[in-house]
Design a protein around this ligand. Sequence first.
Ligand code: ADP
Ligand code: MG
Length: 404
Amino acid sequence: DGVLYSEVRRPCRVMLLVNPHSGKGQALSLFTGHVQRMLTEAGVPHTVVITERQNHARELAREADLSQWDALVIMSGDGLLFEVVNGLMEREDWESAIQTPLGILPGGSGNALAASIHYYSGSQPVSSEELLVSCGFLLCKGLVSRLDLVSVNMASSQRLFSFLSLAWGFVADVDIESEKYRHVGAARFTVGTLVRLASLRVYQGRLAYLPVDEPPSRAEVSPPLPASAFCSSLLCRPSKASSHQNTFHNSCNSNNAGKARRVDGPTPAPRGPADSLLAPLEQPVPGDWTVVAEEDFVLMLAMYQAHLGEDMLAAPGSAPDDGLIHLFYVKAGISRTALLRIFLAMEKGAHLATGCPYLVYVKVRALRLEPLSPKGVITVDGEAVDYGPVQAQVHGGLARLVSG
Ligand code: ADP
Ligand code: MG
């Protein structure tokens, strides 16, 4: 359906970042139990690096000698890939660094991108270990597609790059409140949703967006690259490929994978392409934007991949590089029952078919949210960011994803 896939040789020299504390805290044993042999048999040399703390993966991505690696793969939840993406975008050579194929193996409690990749492959929905095995298999296949990134700008002039979602209100609250249920795995969102439903509240804010009438043409989104461009970034060096040696590093000697300098002090500002669609936050939105009349919401959810969680198919029409932000919002006034019905239907991506008049779905290329409620949560890829005015625009196909 227009997704640009390119048959390439297997990725080799994979840096595989494992977060030992993600999900139920079993990422490492899940990797050794379900994926490692598959990679070895497929001849995909990989170096396992155990992340030691928050932002370790970000520092590794920022400092790594990328000529050494053909793909950066994380075994964790979406949070660890968020670190890798932003680490790459903070580099002076961001433009080439962000072309490094990125992969994900579901090892966390929030495995939305992994579930999306499985979904894009056209396979029947699965979860838990079956999802892990599916993603391991797709990693061995080594097909690469482009991946949209969304540039998210905060009032503090902080800028982040996001591959999954921007959320405010109900979904963002559940995201953060459910962190304490991480030990139950993906079910944390179900528990969190039920808890939040019991204390349903309204969030005040102003929302505006730049609508897309029709999906932008491929040329507008991301010019297709000749297949050789993908190959050259993933090409197995014959000598390495024939004598592949999987190296396994535990936390005691894990740091040869990237000169992991501990960087204290402020995080360097991300670089990246200019946000040509955005006006400064203190100015009104451009004239061709739509300003939503309502100012009372239950949630705003901007998605650029299909899944919000393993069993939450929020944007079934999404493709990894469609150059679109799939914007959903729910207006205040919806009943608890109707909201619950939406979340239950989302498991199969059927929430729009519920015909709920409070649920709005529009495809956009940029958006601005100005929360008016004094307190609240905004999440980017499931991670809490500064609460306040925020605006974002999609950069079609800026990154690359090992997908199905
Ligand atoms: P989950 O889906 O379970 O939340 P994530 O991949 O989102 O999994 O990881 C959660 C957080 O764990 C990330 O923000 C990451 O920075 C942090 N992290 C990574 N390595 C470690 C570690 N060794 N100890 C503690 N936290 C870590
Ligand atoms: Mg997370």
